[in-house]
Design a protein around this ligand. Sequence first.
Ligand code: DX5
Ligand code: ZN
Length: 229
Amino acid sequence: MKDNLIAPSILSADFARLGEEVDNVLAAGADVVHFDVMDNHYVPNLTIGPLVCEALRKHGVTAPIDVHLMIRPVDRIIPDFAAAGASYITFHPEGSEHVDRTLQLIRDEGCKAGLVFNPATPLTHLQYVMDKVDMVLLMSVNPGFGGQSFLPSALDKLRQARQLIDESGRNIRLEIDGGVKVDNIGAIHAAGADTFVAGSAIFGAAQAQDPNDYDSVISALRGELAGSA
Ligand code: DX5
Ligand code: ZN
């Protein structure tokens, strides 16, 4: 299995101090910046777009930026995110009329491509496009908001996705998003995930204590990963 990556979701960061927040979580040992894009159409919330991604790059962020598109349609905006410095671009199959074409578009733009599966969306969409995905992202909450509880059905789905990825022999990351905390990340890892989005667990914990200290929560997450098979 691959190295484990911790991907703080900036949805729970202090947007008035976003550059500093991202600097601080990366300095505390986070690997990837998870960037949640919502359109008040595909999901009932509205967040950030390519300008903010570009601003983080201009600010000096060099870590991978993992753009999670919760929008419909997706194709028009993909080149804008690529130009803005996205590393990964993932989308929900329900957001694209032509999933294969969208995956190819993301790669043609020089980014890594991923498909995202809502809790009730079957993995069957993967069957004919395994050769075009770099990331499979399983939602363990319904998309739209941070701070929701992890849906336990995601554990079985992770095991299924892990099996599909391993059988394919391809270099594909398996990411989980929603309700990941210190007390469940070990079980999530044991079920097969290698990339862990955590929003409220990281930003919420630190804001409640010292706004500049993300070390303890990220160390605790890593400690649980090290202790789980
Ligand atoms: C939900 C987003 C998540 C969210 C995770 O729609 O895709 O990335 O920010 O937040 P937590 O970790 O608080 O569940
Ligand atoms: Zn997300």
